[in-house]
Design a protein around this ligand. Structure first.
Ligand code: JFZ
Length: 445
């Protein structure tokens, strides 16, 4: 009897400590979500990739007024639903897009599979409102793109909108799209079920998918999005698929990367950026920005960024250890705007020479500023001086064990002077590059 109760209490004690230990561990590893081995490997790939092409393309492209046109112009549902019948991108060539990305030095493509207008740019059984059923083009462009990406070794990510201005079951409605006439009431659970069906298709019919880029949470912040189940579904279908959600909040369990829209991590020029305190210290980061002023094709948009601006954006992101996802909005005929192709080519040329300082790099030892960013790889620190025109530069003396300092481009030694607080670098004026002057600091092993 005594032995029995002794054994019983020992058992209870062990169970208690075991469950305490396990739950503490779980809490530790990002609140309940333990990424799979494949997922962790994919994250490493992603961190090294550094540069991707974002593509916003849909029936909205026809109107040449951005992807928010349905909301902005308050286009009634029945009027908007005429658009698919004009969508016939006969000049679309997936291989060409992938080549453009590849030549730009990009390693992945993230394309809108369905945006807020609710139109599916792929073959789906979950709704007839899709490219195959409703357009004269009749072809699944994601299929073509997936094949071309696979052939060229480019990873494919799908942007997928949580927000929908077309479906009645996106109800109760959120902050946007309320002036679109013709919307009726429906059942939210059906909407969630619809999204699960589509995500299942996207992760079943197109081969290995690099990631799912969710967007629209901010439209209905307090809704029950069923993330736990949605994230589990995605990871069950493709364990290595990286999940990101553009909710502008701290990362939630199940997410594998964190994105920053139109702002470098911690900056808030937009007014709705992710708070600096919520930047993940573990997850890969990705900054996205458009090549001009709009995501979807805008006929009148002339705010094309310069090659220098774009390279400096890429560099600044890398200085935060972040990827850069650069957007183009192809035209309704299926072509990417020629001026954007030229810009992308120029970035690619620059990366051919200087990619070593970006790809597979980590954030360098000096916090990024407007005029200087640093990256590092193995025992090399790369200090990038942006937009510069002087010949003496100061960087903090972080007790770096300097072996030598060279100009990256020529690999010629440059003079430097150490003081307790700083390292002074003397770069010959004729070596200064107006986009980026790179100093390479070789560290002792
Ligand atoms: C979102 C989309 O709405 C946009 O069309 C594009 O796809 C971009 C990449 O992501 O942009 C947002 C997200 C949130 C807000 C504004 C734009 N917001 O909270 O105001």
């Amino acid at each position: 009897m005594k032995i029995k109760s002794y054994l019983q209490s020992t058992f209870i004690l062990i169970t208690f400590f075991y469950s305490f230990f396990v739950s503490a561990q779980k809490r530790d590893t990002s609140q309940d979500y333990i990424p799979s081995e494949e997922n962790l490997i994919a994250r490493e790939w992603f961190k090294e990739a550094k540069f991707g092409l974002f593509i916003h393309w849909g029936v909205y492209s026809i109107l040449g007024d951005g992807e928010w046109v349905m909301h902005n112009q308050k286009v009634a549902k029945d009027a908007y639903e005429k658009l698919p019948s004009f969508f016939n991108p006969i000049e679309f060539n997936a291989e060409e897009w992938v080549q453009i990305a590849k030549k730009a030095g990009m390693k992945y493509i993230t394309i809108t599979s369905r945006h807020h207008d609710g139109f599916s740019m792929f073959d789906t059984n979950a709704s007839d409102y899709n490219i195959v059923k409703k357009t004269p083009y009749k072809k699944d462009i994601l299929k073509d793109l997936a094949l071309a990406c696979e052939k060229e070794g480019i990873k494919l990510f799908f942007y997928y909108s949580l927000l929908d201005w077309n479906r009645d079951d996106y109800f109760p409605r959120g902050k946007t799209g309320n002036e679109i006439a013709g919307r009726a009431e429906g059942n939210w659970n059906e909407y969630i079920a619809f999204m699960k069906l589509q995500l299942t298709e996207l992760l079943t019919n197109y081969g290995p998918i690099g990631g799912i880029w969710l967007d629209g949470h901010w439209d209905k912040k307090d809704a029950n999005w069923d993330y736990k189940e949605i994230y589990e579904l995605i990871h069950k279908l493709q364990p290595s698929c990286l999940i990101g959600n553009n909710h502008h909040e701290g990362s939630k369990p199940g997410e594998d990367f964190q994105m920053f829209e139109k702002d470098l991590p911690g900056k808030n020029t937009t007014g709705w950026a992710t708070p600096a305190d919520d930047i993940s210290k573990v997850l890969p980061l990705e900054v996205c920005e458009t090549i001009n002023g709009s995501w979807g094709f805008d006929l009148q948009d002339k705010k094309h960024k310069s090659t220098g601006e774009l390279i400096r954006y890429l560099l600044s992101a890398a200085g935060y250890g972040s990827n850069f996802l650069l957007n183009v909005g192809p035209m309704p005929n299926g072509k990417i705007q020629p001026e954007h192709i030229v810009l992308l080519e120029k970035i690619g040329d620059w990366l051919k020479e200087n990619g070593e300082t970006i790809y597979a790099s980590k954030a360098g030892p000096f916090p990024p500023t407007e005029s200087r960013v640093s990256t590092m790889r193995n025992n090399k620190v790369y200090v990038h001086f942006l937009d510069s025109n002087k010949n003496v530069y100061s960087i903090p003396n972080n007790n770096l064990k300097i072996k030598s300092v060279v100009l990256f481009k020529t690999q010629n030694k440059i003079k430097y002077k150490l003081t307790p607080e700083e390292v002074l670098l003397y770069i010959p004026l004729e070596e200064i590059d107006d986009i980026d002057t790179i100093v390479q600091i070789n560290l002792k092993k």
